[in-house]
Design a protein around this ligand. Structure first.
Ligand SMILES: CC(C)(COP(=O)(O)OP(=O)(O)OC[C@H]1O[C@@H](n2cnc3c(N)ncnc32)[C@H](O)[C@@H]1OP(=O)(O)O)[C@@H](O)C(=O)NCCC(=O)NCCS
Length: 172
């Protein structure tokens, strides 16, 4: 599995929060539950394999006092979108990053961890696009609640498929 840097984030309630690459030897995946079965099953069953195969990078948020407990996670991959219906974009597919999944442990939702994870995701994308161009961060919303969460962060529904939302990453 590729090495990745960690990022330290101080939060009064949690002590020190750290973003880490998912590591099956360190992180207790079966104990994670977000209330959305598909997101939990992905972490329990598929995330490690996808990381090993280079299909997705999966990062988790932990409290360094309880480093096995996954507070939240996200998966990120390279992607492209058909931007033909978007004004001022090329008619061929446009390179992007895809936020495949993002979830917070059900007992810790509403405490700002989702916001921290989104900040981590965008920071990762901005760092990566210094090396490989990408126009936007895209996400397939799995329902109206997820769509509302992403819209809260400025994601815009794609014309033609409003459940795919994108966030332009701005000029490099
Ligand atoms: C959606 C989810 C990731 C949000 O994480 P969270 O830790 O509960 O959210 P936070 O406490 O960090 O909230 C951050 C901001 O998002 C807003 N927000 C949270 N959930 C929202 C929703 N469903 N719709 C709109 N806004 C939402 C909050 O009001 C907050 O706004 P503020 O910072 O301006 O006050 C989390 O509740 C979760 O994992 N839910 C189950 C899985 C899921 O639905 N994932 C969606 C992505 S696929």
């Amino acid at each position: 599995m590729p090495r990745c840097k960690t990022r330290l984030i101080s939060r009064a309630r949690f002590g020190v929060l750290e973003e880490q690459c998912l590591d099956p030897q360190r992180h207790n995946r079966p104990a994670f539950t977000s209330g959305v079965g598909e997101l939990d099953e992905y972490l329990h069953r598929f995330a490690v394999q996808q990381s090993k195969k280079g299909i997705a990078v999966v990062r988790v948020l932990v409290d360094t006092d309880l480093p096995k407990t996954i507070l939240g996670y996200y998966s990120l991959s390279a992607a492209q979108i058909d931007a033909r219906t978007q004004q001022k974009l090329p008619r061929y597919p446009v390179p992007c990053f895809r936020l495949g999944r993002l979830a917070v442990h059900s007992t810790h939702q509403g405490l700002g961890l989702g916001r921290i994870l989104m900040g981590c995701v965008v920071a990762r994308c901005l760092e990566a696009r210094k090396q490989v161009a990408a126009y936007a961060l895209v996400v397939d919303a799995q329902g109206e609640e997820a769509k509302a969460f992403y819209a809260h962060y400025g994601f815009t529904p794609c014309q033609g498929n409003p459940m795919i939302l994108y966030l332009p990453l701005g000029a490099n």
